[in-house]
Write a protein that binds this ligand. Structure first.
Ligand code: DXP
Ligand SMILES: NCC(=O)COP(=O)(O)O
Length: 243
């Protein structure tokens, strides 16, 4: 079954550039508005505890202006939970990152942490927020996410991106199994991390029922050469979308 796969642009790295000089250039909020106008289906942010890029204040400001889907990613520490329960975005993606992580480097162990995740999911769904759990491409972790009541899983695609240039068939293999498990369990299916203009089309071709990809680092880097509007539309075309 083929469905339209939505593109959620992660704007963390625009905030990285803004923070580098201490001012408001580039304007993160205006960039998000513009990215929506260029055709993106959503905006993703990952407000980390050290606010190295996206600040908690950005999240409140974005909530006021976004007209597409708003996806907030993070480790559900109490400060994060207070933020998302107040802001009530379209979706929260639960990520197990420790505070000092350079970037996300693993999905949840949804079996070991089942009791904790079940309570977090319940709180978020009670607030009307769609919940996605970030997992490695492992059927057992997908099944665990379903057991704790998640609406979706997001497959962590760094291993796919790393192996893709050498052997794309081997790279996609675990994702095909995990994606089929999600579909069979009635879970929505997201994917993200290190997706780019080279590897995105094959992922979509092999998993046509993907609901959403969230892409940031490569997309914003590409935009430095190709322009932001053109880049958003190039990514949409890799998803088979008419930009
Ligand atoms: C969960 C995920 O893969 C992304 O949100 C990633 O964590 C981006 O975070 P940084 O932009 O801080 O690398
Ligand atoms: N969930 C993945 C995301 O939001 C962006 O990851 P990346 O494209 O910056 O690696």
């Amino acid at each position: 079954m083929t469905k339209e796969t939505k593109l959620s642009v992660n704007i963390n790295k625009i905030a990285t550039l803004r923070n580098a000089r201490g001012g408001n250039v580039p304007n993160v909020i205006q960039a998000a508005i513009d990215i929506e106008s260029f055709g993106a289906d959503g905006i993703t942010v990952h407000p980390r505890p050290d606010e190295r890029h996206i600040r908690y204040a950005d999240v409140y400001a974005l909530k006021k202006v976004l007209t597409t889907e708003f996806n907030i990613e993070g480790n559900p520490i109490e400060r994060f939970m207070d933020l998302v329960l107040e802001v009530k975005p379209t979706q929260v993606t639960l990520v197990p990152d420790p505070p000092d992580a350079l970037t996300s480097n693993a999905g949840w162990d949804t079996v070991t942490h089942a009791a904790f995740l079940k309570k977090v999911v319940e709180r978020l769904k009670k607030a009307g927020i769609r919940v996605s759990i970030f997992v490695n491409p492992d059927e057992r972790m997908v099944e665990g996410a379903a057991r704790v009541g998640a609406d979706r899983v997001e497959l962590y695609t760094e291993p796919y991106a790393r192996l893709y240039p050498q052997d794309r068939e081997a790279a996609i293999a675990p994702y095909l199994k995990a994606a089929a498990a999600a579909r069979d369990l009635g879970l929505g299916l997201n994917a993200g991390h290190d997706l780019n203009l080279e590897n995105l089309a094959f992922l979509k071709e092999q998993i046509p029922f993907l609901d959403e990809v969230s892409i940031g680092h490569a997309l914003i880097s590409d935009a430095l050469y190709l322009g932001l509007e053109n880049t958003v539309q190039l990514y949409l075309r890799r998803l088979g979308r008419q930009a």
